[in-house]
Ligand binder design. Sequence first.
Ligand SMILES: [Zn+2]
Length: 246
Amino acid sequence: MIKRVLCLILACMLCLAGCCERGEVESAFGAEKSGLPLYGLKIGIDPGHQLKGNSEQEPVSPGSSQTKAKVAVGTKGVSTNRPEHEVDLEIALELRDLLTQMGAQVLMTREKADVNISNVERAEMMNRWGADCLLRIHCNGSSDRDVHGMAMYVKSSGDAGQESFALARCLLESMGEATGAKKIGVFRRDIYAGLNWSRMPAVLVECGYMTNPTEDTLLSTPEYQRKLAMGAALGIAEYFGGAGQR
Ligand SMILES: [Zn+2]
C-alpha cells in the first residue's frame, strides 16, 4: 500500500511540475481512477482565516454559551511580511490538486482571500457535504522568534475525537518526514470552533511558525509547500489505509 502510494505521489509531483497531464499520469501507471489510493474519499480543506477578520461572536461548540470571534486575523511573516491567510491558501491549493490527482473528491471552504465565512460555517459546510475528514490549514505564530516546527490540534472528545487524534498522528509523522520540520506534537484542545463543530475526523494543521525567520521563508516557498502537501496527502492515505479504517 505505502509503496503504491509513494509511486502515485511521485507521479503527482511530476504532474504538478507540469511535466505531463493528469490523464498521462494515470495511464502511465495503468491505474483506473477507481484504483487510485484516495478514490471514493471526500476530503475537506479549510484554508485558515481570510482577507479581513470578523470579531462578531459565535458559540465555540454546539450548545455552548462560550463564544469566540467568527474569524481571527491570523499571524504574519517576520521575513516575508505576508499575512497568514495568503500562505494558508497557497498550501491548501497545492494539497487540493494533489488529493484530486490521487482520486479524492475535495471541497475547499474558500479559494480566494476576500470571503466572509465563519469557523462554524466552515465546519457546517463540511458536515452538510459529508466529508470523510477535514484538514484546517494554518501557520503558527509566537512571541519567541526561535520557536519553530509543526503541530497538530484536535478536539478532546465528541464526534470523531479519537479518529481525529489518529489522523493527526499520521499527518504529523508524514508531514514531518516530507519536510524535515521539527514535529512538536499532537495536542487535544477544545477551544477551536472549527474543530468542535465538525462531525468528521478534523485536524487543525499548524504547518510551521511565520514568526521564525527561517521557517517563514520556507512556508512561502513553492517547493516547501509541495512537500507539505505531499506529506499531508500521504498521511491521509495512511490513515484511511490503516487497519479497519476503510
Ligand atoms: Zn491561523
